[in-house]
Ligand binder design. Sequence first.
Ligand code: ADP
Ligand code: F6P
Length: 322
Amino acid sequence: MAAVKRIAVLTSGGDSQGMNAAVRAVVRSGLVHGLEVYGIQRGYQGLLNGEIREMDLRSVGDILQRGGTILQTARCQEFMTPEGQRRGAEMLRKHNIDALVVIGGDGSYRGAQKLNELGIRTMGLPGTIDNDIAFTDFTIGFDTAVSIVVDAINKLRDTMTSHERTSVVEVMGRHCGHIALYAGLASGAEVILVPEVPFDLREIAAKLRESAEKGKRHSIIVVAEGAGKGEEVAKKLTEFCGIEPRTTVLGHIQRGGSPTHNDRILASRLGDFAVRRLIAGDSGKACGVIKGELVATDFDIVVNTKKPFDMELYELAMRLSQ
Ligand code: ADP
Ligand code: F6P
């Protein structure tokens, strides 16, 4: 297989803090290894539109600390079709680009997998706050999103304590409960509702009432969006035990802000790793870090593997929040 000379990078799907750090790592590592590097604006939509520009060392200056993505992102229905994928591969060939690094979630990986099948060498970086990508301990943005939720709960706990109230906090995570679990454990939430663990709101209401009778003056209930709407949980709890919780839906604030040092280091390691794997002739794989070790796993395996939910951590959170 011919050596890789020209690579491109794009960000796709929901953005996440650390994507800029990953773009910076891909561009600088590529240039340092003697490659030409191109940035594609607005994900697969920008690829189809030919929004491709050459990058240099300065193109990615002063972005390491910034949330969001300078390459922007988009969702592209056309690229879900074989014709759209073929057009994407042709556009890359037209620009003499040998390989593509895709930074995104599992949907973006499926697109990268299709390009690989069409002869474009691709590597994936796990860019999503959801942490729902298998074969990597953490995804780029997860640590920052969890730290935002923990900070918000710290603030809520102050006012809930003053008023002896219960707070319901709805967090992101799409169909998974990883953000709710980590933020719930780190903030001492009394209840953590996730799609991975069945729950009964009547039982939870009874537990809250029992805690209040034992002198617990306030409670925090974290609800993963995949487990339900915070407002609906609050309404049910009021109906079952009359506690009238106050609800906070954190929403897209979890997707902004400066990435933590953990996300910056994870993104930097993965971006450079993807470039070195492409140079070594690898492709069609998702990059990750497992127990500190850099790994590359076939897209086909990654997109068809559900990320395990950490039940041991969940049980610890419940044990310690009594
Ligand atoms: P994420 O990558 O965060 O999971 P999406 O699921 O929205 O985000 O996917 C982002 C983009 O990836 C989609 O807009 C589409 O262009 C592309 N994509 C998603 N799924 C597929 C698929 N099965 N085949 C080809 N492209 C896909
Ligand atoms: O996948 C990341 C994510 O933030 C999910 O947690 C959330 O459900 C979704 O994106 C929101 O999508 P959008 O930004 O398109 O509203």
